[in-house]
Design a binder for this molecule. Structure first.
Ligand code: X6L
Ligand code: MG
Ligand code: MG
Length: 157
């Protein structure tokens, strides 16, 4: 049997749409893609706005195997690590894997900190609303944290 998993994607350098599109088509077992959101940057240095989205998978892959998928996609986007929380061509994070928790130095699932951020939770509402914290007000959080729906990824130029 396959299980459900969610990955969060973000980009804030260069051809953001291109990096996200290339990643979404290359990630295996994707069954749903959220709208794309332009989001105010959180943490790190002053930097440009992100495009963020969340994909849902139906997969046999473990959280550890999904981390490998994330790292492959970041490498394919020629991600260069300059500074912690700095700008990046592509960031892909394992957010959640049904039935699995991991707490290791290089991989924590569920991705606890990310689950507090509107740039994750607002797109997650599109493809995995049952994972939202009880009573989470998507519209209020989007407004408060600067998360703007810019439509389906395939509609962006
Ligand atoms: C205090 C201290 C407050 C640290 C916030 C939050 C740091 C999130 C890093 C923080 C803090 C992060 C994205 C981003 C980053 C993204 C948007 C991170 C890692 N990634 N902002 N900032 N989208 N909008 O994907 O998540 S850096
Ligand atoms: Mg991230
Ligand atoms: Mg990351």
């Amino acid at each position: 049997m396959t299980h459900r998993a969610f990955l969060g994607l973000g980009s804030n350098i260069g051809d953001r749409v291109g990096y996200l599109r290339d990643a979404v088509v290359a990630i295996p077992d994707v069954v749903a893609v959220s709208y794309a959101y332009e989001t105010d940057p959180v943490g790190g240095p002053e930097q440009d706005a992100f495009l963020n989205l969340v994909v849902r998978l139906e997969t046999d892959l473990s959280a550890r195997e999904l981390l490998g998928v994330c790292q492959e996609r970041e490498e394919a986007a020629a991600r260069v690590r300059v500074m912690r929380w700095g700008p990046r061509s592509l960031d892909v994070d394992v957010l959640w894997v049904d039935g699995e928790t991991v707490d290791e130095p290089d991989l924590i699932v569920p991705h606890a900190r990310m689950f507090e951020r509107a740039f994750v939770l607002v797109p997650l509402a599109d493809v995995g609303a049952d994972l939202l914290p009880a009573g989470y007000d998507v519209a209020a959080a989007a407004h408060a944290e600067g998360v703007r729906n810019v439509g389906p990824l395939e509609s962006l130029v």
